[in-house]
Each structure stands twice: as C-alpha cells, then as structure tokens.
Design a protein around this ligand. Structure first.
Ligand SMILES: [Zn+2]
Length: 478
C-alpha cells in the first residue's frame, strides 16, 4: 500500500517542474494564440465604408508593388551624413535612400522601422506579412511544418488573383508553400555565404520586372545579415555589401512604372557584433523606404508624420494601397501619409485617410473580439476600455457619414489612438520578455531538482519511515 504515496510524491514533483517550466516559458518563450480566420472583401465594407460596390474590385491606389527585403538592414546603415569625412564601413554606403527622400519628398520617405521582439528572421517575416506579433510559440500553429496558417498578405493577394513572385531566402517557401505564382528560392542555411542568395536574385530580378508576369514581386536579400554574423558591421565586407545594395535599389527605381509602389525594408537590425534576436534598439530598429514614381506623399511639414513606423503597420498599409482586405489578425495601423487627407487627389487615388482608418479600426475590433473570446490573456479592464472606445468611434463615424459630413479631425485622432491602444495592449501580452517570471521559473526548477535529488538519496528511509507525507504536505502549503 506504499505505492499510492510514491505516486503522489512523483506527481507532486512533476507538477513543481511544470510550474517552473510554465513560468519560464511565460517569461521568455513568448506565447500567443493564433486565430485561423481570414478577412473577406465583404468584411471591409459594412457598416459605413464609403466604398461603392465590391471593395476588392474597385481600382486600388497601386496595381503593383516591388518589395525588397534587405535582411538586417539596420536604420543606421541608411542614414547619410555628408559631413562625415571618415565614415566607418557601414556608414554612408547606401546614399540612394536619403538622397531620394530629400530630393523627391512627394515621391519618397525613409523611416525607422521598428520590429517587435523576437528579432529573428522567421518571426519577422511572419510579423510583416500577418501584421501580428509572432512569438517563439504561436499556439495553434501547424507543428508539422513552418507554414503560416494565419491570414496574411500573400494569401490575400492570391485571393484577388494578384500574381506574387518571390525570389531569395528560401525560408519563405516553407512559410508560404504553394502560395506564390512563381518562386526562386536560394539556400539560406550557410551564414558564411554572403553572395549565393543575393546573386541569385540579381540574375532574375530585372528580367522579371521587365516582363509582365507579376503583380507583386518580393525579393529577400541575405548578404548584409550574413556579413553581420560573419564579420560584424564594422568590416570592409559590409561596405561592399551595402554599396551593392545601393546599386540594386537604383537599378530597380529606374525600371519602376507609375502604377508600382517600391518598398525597401530591413526585417530587423543588428548589434555591434552583428547578432540579433533580442529586444535592444540596435536589434529592433531597421529601415523602411517607400517610393513611387508618381506623387504619393504630402508636402513636407503639411502633416504630422511618424519618425518611427512599427513593423506591424506595413501590413494594413500595403493591403489597402493594393486593394485587398487587411489580414484578419493584424494589429497594425495604416500609415497615414500614404493616403490623401480627404480624397482630393482624384477618383483613382483610392481611400482617404479617414476611410482607410475606419476600415482598419473595424478590422482590428473584429480581431480583438474573436481573440478575446478564445484567450484570456488580455486584461479585462483594457478590453472593456477598448470596447467602449470602439463603440464611440463607430457611432461618431456612422453619424458623420449619414449626414454626408467628412469625419472630423478629432475623430481621425481618436481612431489612431484606438489602433495604437490595441497594439500596445497586445504587445504587453505577447511581445515583452518578463525577467521576473523567467527568474521565478528558474528558481522553482532549481528547487525541484534539489528536491528530486534529496528524495532519491533518501528514498529508502523516506518510504520505510513513512515520511513521504512531509514533502507532500509542504508542497501543498507552497
Ligand atoms: Zn541573421
């Protein structure tokens, strides 16, 4: 009859281990629940969007887009300082971005593009295609493969018949199996190899752009990231790589047509030793460059513009500029300078700022309602505040539309504030390491190990003397 106490003791030790692991995972391996729903064209409309007919069939602002991802393109690499007479290898080597942004302000912008941790490439690709805040463990993910099951831009573009052509880092092909119209993956596993992926892209990108067999072209370069891992940023090889990228961007710009948006971006930054993964600003701050050969941005100084763009914000912005619904789980916010203030730039320029924000607010609210029904990690207080904000915005917006008025600038600000609040709430739940939980988890795991050792050393004595109740009782008290 001594089996029962032994079993209870084992279960108790196991549960102490689980508590320790649970706490550690909660603090370090950020966890999030996935919502496997997809947005539809009909979702975008009701209620109250001022878009006639089918949203997905109306003329979008851009018919095509070229997205160049330069892995680990840190914000610092793209700043140009003409007064710097002795630049380091990673300084002043990519002047094209700053040059275009300052000499063609209505065509180009250069922003700091802030990623959320973890700053690892796979999580970042997931982040800037779904608009969410992917963690190390996304519960509900397909464990058998890396395929992204959450709603994402590649899926939405495919749904409306856009031909997405991919070339570069082969990680994408495992994330989006069978989703591309055409793909040219190159091996990414050898971090010492600075050229295979980039040269593969360079052999194919210009003929592809000149052909007509694509609508969205994604090219993911790896050389800068690999150079960081191998040599660090402060090395002549980095100067060579960045100068090569400068040339690539110039050649792509020359081939752009008026109906095409160019996006050049880094997925994350790097530390002074060329590493990344954590949450330091050197690792999170990449660059985002947007360019169109037709005028796109307001005159400088005429609107408040962000200096730092959160990485999540690219997803809703690209979705609405290309005329597809915002992916279901996105918590991003449309980048307002890319939308006309009151639709005054002609009928074909797509949505105004207020319309884009309203579509965005409805989509984020829809996601928040679905998510909070599935998971309980968003604090109830924040949730009820966000619900109240949404219903306020909703009644004000619909009242304005009903009366035929333009939504007021206060309402535009409220919509922005609502979207920022949702994103921050989600970020606090999913994308922040918790050193306290990590330490508590480690401590409990340590105690459990010691207990195991003591129990195994004393097993004979404990069982014979009937002392098993002691640790069990003390465990129950703890
Ligand atoms: Zn890397």
């Amino acid at each position: 009859m001594r089996r029962l106490p032994v079993l209870v003791a084992l279960i108790w030790v196991c549960s102490v281990f689980y508590v320790g692991i649970f706490l550690f995972v909660g603090g370090f391996l950020l966890v999030r629940l996935e919502v496997n729903r997809t947005s539809t064209c009909a979702d975008v409309l009701s209620p109250g969007a001022q878009v006639k007919g089918d949203f997905c069939l109306s003329e979008p602002r851009f018919r095509r887009a070229v997205v160049l991802i330069i892995d680990a393109l840190k914000a610092d690499f793209t700043r140009y300082d003409p007064e710097n007479t002795a630049p380091k290898p990673f300084e002043n080597k990519l002047p094209v971005l700053d040059e275009m942004a300052s000499s063609h302000p209505s065509h180009a912008r250069l922003y700091t593009f802030r990623a959320d941790p973890p700053t690892t490439t796979m999580q970042r690709i997931k982040g800037f295609t779904t608009g969410s805040l992917p963690t190390f463990i996304d519960v509900g993910n397909n464990f058998a493969s890396n395929a992204i099951l959450e709603d994402n831009l590649v899926h939405q573009l495919g749904q409306v018949g856009k031909r997405v052509v991919f070339m570069g880092d082969d990680t994408w092909v495992s994330l989006f199996p069978k989703k591309f119209h055409r793909s040219l993956p190159f091996p990414s596993f050898n971090v010492k190899d600075l050229h295979t992926v980039d040269n593969g892209i360079l052999q194919n990108i210009y003929p592809t752009m000149e052909g007509d067999d694509w609508d969205v072209l994604i090219a993911h370069f790896l050389g800068v990231d690999h150079c960081g891992h191998r040599f660090g940023p402060d090395h002549p090889a980095m100067a060579e790589k960045l100068s090569q990228m400068d040339g690539v961007i110039r050649s792509v710009i020359k081939r752009l047509k008026n109906d095409t948006l160019l996006v050049v971006m880094g997925d994350h930054g790097m530390t002074d030793t060329g590493d990344h993964g954590g949450e330091s600003q050197k690792e999170t701050d990449a660059a985002l460059f947007l360019y169109s050969s037709s005028p796109l941005f307001p005159a400088p100084g005429s609107q408040v513009e962000p200096e730092v763009v959160p990485q999540t914000d690219l997803v809703p912005t690209l979705a609405l500029l290309l005329g597809v619904p915002i992916p279901y789980s996105s918590v991003g916010q449309v980048l307002l300078p890319l939308f006309p203030q009151n639709g005054s730039r002609g009928a074909l320029t797509g949505l105004s700022q207020a319309e884009a924000l309203w579509i965005n607010v409805k989509q984020v609210n829809r996601f928040l309602e679905t998510y909070s029904n599935m998971a309980k990690d968003i604090p109830p207080d924040s949730l009820s505040q966000l619900r109240a904000d949404f219903s306020n915005i909703s009644s004000q917006y619909l009242a304005a539309v009903h009366k035929g008025h333009l939504p007021s600038s206060e309402l535009v600000v409220s919509m922005q504030n609502y979207l920022t609040a949702v994103r921050e709430t989600c970020r606090a739940s999913w994308a922040r390491f918790s050193p306290f939980k990590m330490a508590a988890g480690l401590l409990i795991l340590g105690v459990a190990c010691v207990l195991c050792y003591v129990l195994s050393e004393l097993s004979q004595v404990v069982i014979q003397e009937g002392l098993l109740k002691l640790p069990i009782l003390s465990g129950l008290v703890v």
